[in-house]
Design a binder for this molecule. Structure first.
Ligand code: FE
Length: 192
């Protein structure tokens, strides 16, 4: 990476994000396929559509800046995707436990993207690139919504994963109370 001005840094970061989105376009169908919960699978399929749109928005931004839509290898996303794909290869996980792990990997991805888009959005504001600001803002909101949706799914799936673990143990009853408590607090949260 070579950048001597904030504008150059902005373009470099956009190229990094463009590569990150393209990596995700390949990874998300595998994450959907590896998920047992139909809701989780659906969430990944929906996010795949959004992700294609994120790549298109970046292409629009490059065009607006008069820059070529070039991708620059995003090593951070490469690592996150690798962790996710290693997880998908595991075959001795209970389905709910595996789903809980997949959600964890996916939320790491979303947080990484939220950080990246937050940065470029701020750069675009400083550089008075208004079209880029609004396009980046739209993507940032979708990443945040996806993260929130994954949190909601985790609140259900993690409890089921925990119940599976309790089955047949002596502490089963006590842990069942814990699970009930967290279900109640999930309901309270969603009612709020
Ligand atoms: Fe994205």
């Amino acid at each position: 990476m070579k950048a001597n001005s904030l504008r150059e840094l902005f373009v470099e970061e956009l190229r990094d994000l463009y590569d990150a989105e393209n990596q995700l376009i390949k990874a998300l169908p595998k994450m959907a396929e590896g998920s047992s919960s139909p809701e989780l699978r659906e969430a990944f399929e929906e996010h795949l559509e959004q992700t294609r749109n994120h790549a298109t928005r970046l292409e629009k931004i490059f065009a607006g800046l008069g820059e070529k839509p070039k991708a620059e290898k995003c090593k951070g996303m490469e690592g996150l995707v690798k962790e996710g794909s290693d997880l998908l290869k595991e075959d001795d996980f209970d389905p709910e436990v595996k789903d809980a792990a997949i959600i964890g990997a996916a939320q790491r991805v979303e947080h990484y993207e939220i950080a990246g888009y937050g940065t470029v959005r701020t750069f675009a504001e400083l550089l008075a690139e208004d079209e880029a600001v609004s396009l980046l803002e739209e993507t940032l909101e979708e990443e945040k919504e996806t993260d929130q949706k994954l949190t909601e799914l985790a609140e259900q799936i993690n409890v089921v994963a925990q119940e599976g673990e309790d089955a047949g143990t002596e502490e089963g009853e006590a842990s069942e109370q814990t699970a009930r408590r967290s279900r109640t607090s999930t309901r309270r949260k969603s009612a709020a």
